[in-house]
Design a binder for this molecule. Structure first.
Ligand SMILES: C[S@@+](CC[C@H](N)C(=O)[O-])C[C@H]1O[C@@H](n2cnc3c(N)ncnc32)[C@H](O)[C@@H]1O
Length: 229
């Protein structure tokens, strides 16, 4: 079983997700205490996919995160570099154009997508800035990005309780439900080390995105960042 470390070596990250692929979605629902569904609804509203628009869902994994855009009538391309996750996704959604690709060198031409989005994936990519530049490159001028990622609760007392949950409660629960509990130690560590909401907004601006803004969900457990090309 593989567990990535905070240097996020791509081969370790990919094989860690290969290992959890089969039970990934179930584990998500349990560990997020049901909040994952609510967060996905908010992502769908922010992306606001329209019929026939082209949407890239980067780090799509099993393409659970892609389904709201499919339901909106968009042409959705789920892209991920874990073949294990893609395989589970393809079994569930055989008609979708699953694409193997690395977020730091995307296999798409410039100015291809009306919207690009990434849910719980950016934190796992070794070179965040390069991924933000690649997302920018493949977006059409005027197109939009929506990033859904774990972040930092803004109210200090809640932040303390949440950090305790991450470091103490999450690993034993993960041991009960996940095929690779160590992957959830990495999850906790990588969330703690992730930039704050304003820091991530600055990184988006640095990659060229304009009108950058964010919204906190569940008190900042998750943040939705958006921008326009
Ligand atoms: C936590 S999962 C999120 C899956 C899905 N977006 C969701 O919301 O359920 C993170 C995904 O990021 C993918 N990933 C990590 N680094 C990547 C990279 N450099 N390029 C492409 N995918 C990557 C992993 O393989 C994994 O499937």
């Amino acid at each position: 079983m593989t567990r990535a470390s905070l240097d996020k070596q791509p081969h370790e990250v990919a094989s860690m997700f290969d290992d959890v692929a089969e039970k990934y979605d179930l584990t998500n629902d349990v560990l997020s205490l049901g909040q994952a569904r609510l967060w996905r609804k908010e992502v769908a509203k922010a992306v606001d996919a329209r019929p026939a628009q082209k949407v890239l869902d980067l780090a799509a994994g099993t393409a659970t995160s892609s389904q709201p855009f499919v339901r909106a009538g968009a042409y959705v391309v789920p892209c991920d570099f874990s073949l294990g996750m893609l395989r589970v996704g393809k079994k569930r959604h055989p008609w979708m154009p699953f694409t193997a690709g690395d977020g730091t060198k995307l296999p798409f031409k410039d100015d291809t997508f009306d919207a690009v989005t990434i849910s719980f994936g950016l934190r796992n990519i070794q070179d965040t800035d390069q991924a933000l530049r690649e997302l920018y490159r493949v977006t059409k001028p005027g197109g939009r990005v929506v990033i859904c990622e774990f972040s930092h609760p803004t109210w200090a007392p809640f932040r303390t309780v949440y950090t305790e949950y991450l470091m103490r409660a999450l690993p034993p629960v993960a041991r009960a439900v996940s095929s690779n509990p160590d992957a959830y130690v990495y999850l906790a560590e990588s969330i703690r080390a992730w930039p704050t909401q304003p820091e991530l907004a600055d990184r988006l601006k640095g990659a060229g995105w304009q009108k950058v803004a964010w919204r906190n969900l569940t008190g900042g457990v998750v943040a939705l960042h958006r921008g326009i090309k």
